[in-house]
Write a protein of this length. Sequence first.
Length: 404
Amino acid sequence: MAMPRRPRPSAATLVMETQSDRPGLPLGACNDCSPGRYREGKAHAKADDGFPAGPPRPSLPTMQQQRRLQKHPNPVVAKGLPRKGWGHRFPRMHKRRRRFVLKKSPVRLAVNETVLKTEEAEDDVRWKNLYQTQRERKRIMKDTCSKYKSNSKRIVTPYHVSRIFVEDKYRVLYCEVPKAGCSNWKRVLMVLNGLASSTSAIQHNTVHYGNYLKRLDSFDRKGINHRLSTYTKMLFVREPFEKLVSAFRDKFEHPNNYYHPVFGRPIVSKYRANATKEALRTGSGVTFPEFIQYLLDVHRPVGMDIHWEHVNRLCSPCVIDYDFIGRFETMEEDANFFLHLVKAPQNLTFPRFKDRHSDEERTTTQITRQYFQQLSPSQRQRSYDFYYMDYLMFNYSKPFEDLY
C-alpha cells in the first residue's frame, strides 16, 4: 500500500521550522563566529555571573530542511528572518576582503612567500626564479640592516623620501639612483602616468628638468605614509665602482657647465700641484686619481653629489621597506619583470638606448678596472671601504682580489 504523499509546506510553516531550528539567525549562519556576537556573549556571561552565556549550540540543519530552503529561498528571506545577522553581511565582507587584497603590492605578496600571483607564473620556471631572486635580495638587505644599522626603527622623514618619485596611476614609488638607469626609469614612469605615449619621444632635459614627476616629499605626512604603505616601492642599484667610474666619465670627461666650475675647480686647486691658470679658472681636466683624492678626503673642499653618494644614503633602505630591488647588470630582465608585476601595458618595455654621449661605449667591468688601475692599492682599498655598505647590502663581490 502506497504511503500518502506529504503535502507541500507553506512559506509560513517553513519560516517557523527554520526559526525554531536556529533562533535569531538565518540558516547557514554561524552564531559563534560573529565578532559582535562573541563580544555580546562575553558581556552576558559576566552579567549572569556564572550562568551560561547562551543556549546550547544548535544542531546543523537536516538535509530535508536544506532542500526546502533551496526550493523556497525567497519566502524565507522575505518573511521574518532577521537581516542583521552575520550571514547576510558575509557576502559584503567577502567583497571588501577581495578589494583589500588587490590593493596589496604584488611584489610584497611574492616576497612574503605567499602564492605566486597568477597560475601562469606558477607554471613558468623563469618567473619562479625571478621571484626567488627578489626574496633573496630582500633578505640580504634586511640582514645587513639588522646587523649594521641601529637606527632602522627611525620614523620616516621627508629627507628619507626626497629621492623617491611617485606614479599614482599604477601605484609605483621609484627611488632614483643616478647612473643606474634612472633616466630611462623616469621615462617609463612618465609613460605610465599618461604624460607621453612612448619612452623614445622624451628628451633627456625633459626627463630631468621638466618637473613632470612628483616627489614623495612634496606630499604631507598623511600622503607620504599612505603611499609608503600601499604603493609598490622599488629601486635599482649598480656595482659601486662601475657606477662611480660612469659618473666620473659623464661629469668630468665631457664639457659641463655645472660640474667643472663647482667641483672641478676646488679639486684641481687642492689636489694638483703646479696647476695652470686655465685649469684653475675652468676646472676642466680633472683626473681620476684627483677625483678619488677628493672623494676620500674627510675635509673635502666641496661637498658630496648624488651621482657618487652611497645608495643606502640616497634611498634609506634600512628605514623604507622596498618591495623590489633591481640590478643594472640584469636591467632588461628585472625591469620587464617589474612592469609585469604592476600590470603595466604589455607594449611598454624598458628602453635600452643611451641618450647622453651615445657614441661612447657604456662603462663596463673592463673599463672600470682600467680606471682603478691608475690608483695605488691603498687608494683602491680605501675606495672599497668607502662603499663597503653598498657592496654588502646589495651583495656585490669584491672587484679586486687584493681587497680585504
